[in-house]
Write a new protein. Structure first.
Length: 83
């Protein structure tokens, strides 16, 4: 809980730093920063949490990651064959 509250307090400061680095495209910069932060949180939640949980959810963890890998492989294959 302490880590989550500390991360929430850092979000406005990170947004200001990103906006200062790209002053002409502030909206794009903050949107991208928020998206990257949410992707990082989702990755940690989907990888770290199931490793410590002995539950059927751990089986879902491997299924979701297998589906993601298959989709990434498919899109990579389509990109290589379309050129």
């Amino acid at each position: 809980m302490l880590f989550a509250s500390g991360l929430g307090m850092a979000m406005p400061a990170l947004s200001l730093l990103v906006m200062d680095s790209l002053p002409t495209q502030r909206g794009l910069a903050t949107s991208l920063q928020g998206a990257v932060q949410m992707m990082g949180n989702a990755a940690v939640a989907s990888v770290v949490v199931p490793l410590f949980v002995v539950h059927p959810a751990a089986d879902a963890f491997w299924g979701v990651h297998a589906a993601f890998f298959a989709a990434a492989l498919f899109f990579w294959w389509r990109r290589c064959t379309s050129s």
